[in-house]
Design a protein around this ligand. Sequence first.
Ligand code: MG
Length: 346
Amino acid sequence: MTTQEVSAASQQMAHIPGASIALVKKAAKAPPWRHRKNKAAATATVTGSGEKVQVTVTKPKIKTQKPKNQKKADREDPEAAAAATTGAEVSSPRQVVQVTETTESKVLAVSKVVERRPFIRDEITVPSAESGGVPEPTTAYLSCAQLAPSRLVRPRRILIVMDLNGTLLHRPNKRRPSHFVTRPYARVFMDYLLTNFAVAVWSSARPENVHGLVASLLTPAQRQRCVVVWGRDRFGLSRADYDSRVQVYKRLARVWSDRAVMSAHPDARRGGRWDQSNTVLVDDSAEKARSEPHNLLQIPEYAGPVGELPFVLPQVHDYINELAYQADISRYIRENPFRLDAGYTL
Ligand SMILES: [Mg+2]
C-alpha cells in the first residue's frame, strides 16, 4: 500500500463514527487471482472503539476500453450509436469506497456503492473508400434542381423513402435497440402514405432490428404495401464499417436502381422511372441526404415526448401532399424546404 493510498484510506475513515486512525496495517498480500482482478484496490484495517473497520479504496481507472455490454449494444445497433451524439461522451470515473464494519462474530454491511458504468460512445467516423466514402451531388443533379419548380394539375404517385429512428420513433435505451416510443400520429401517417404513395423504408439499423421495428409499427397488411424495407446491409458498407459507428449516406441512386423499387413506379412498363423529380427522402439527418440534398424533407429529430413540437407529422403529411403536385420535387424543395409552423392546428 503506498503512502497516497494510506492517506486516502485515512481520509475515508475520518467519516466513520467511532473509528480512530490508531492502526493502519498493511493488507496481506492478495492471492494472484485477486491481484489480477483489481490491481488498484488497497485494503487497510483500523481498530477503533473495540471494533475493527475494514476499508477498501479502489483507485479510479482511466478506461480507454468500452464496457462489454456497451460494445455489444453498439454492435447490435450502430445506427443507434451514430444517432446519439457526434462526439465521445466522457465521464470521469469516481473513486469507489466500500466500507465494511467488522465485529467478532458478524459482518455488517455499512454501505455499498454500486457504480453504473457510463455509456461511452465512439465518435462518428467517415466511411472508408471501400464503403464509397463521402458522396457529393453530381453536376447534372444540381443543374436539374436549379430550375424553377412548376405545379401539376393533378397529384401523382411519388416515391417516399422513409427513415425510422428519430423520424417515426425514438429508441430511449441504446442497450435495447428493439424498444421504441412512437412519434405522435406515426401510425395514421404511415397508413396514409402507404395508401396513396410508394413507400420504401430505409434505416441504417441492422436489418434484424429494422424488421422488428417495422413489425411493431405497422400491421402485416401495411408491411406488405411497403415497396422495400431496407436496413444497414443496403448501404454498401465494408465489413469493418458495417460494425462501426460510421456516418452512412442514403444515396438515392441505390433506391432508383433497385428492381423491386423500379417495378413500383406506376408507369414502369412504359419506361417510367423514379428520379429526383418524383422522390422524397424523409429523414431527421441532413448529412444522410448529402448526395441528393434537394430531395430531403428534413424533419426535426424525435427524441421522445418531452420537447416534441405539436403536430409534426400532420405537417409533414400536408407538405408531402404538395410534393405530389410538383413536376420536380428537387426544384420545389430547393425553393421551399419543409418548415414547421408553430401555429399549426388540426
Ligand atoms: Mg434517423
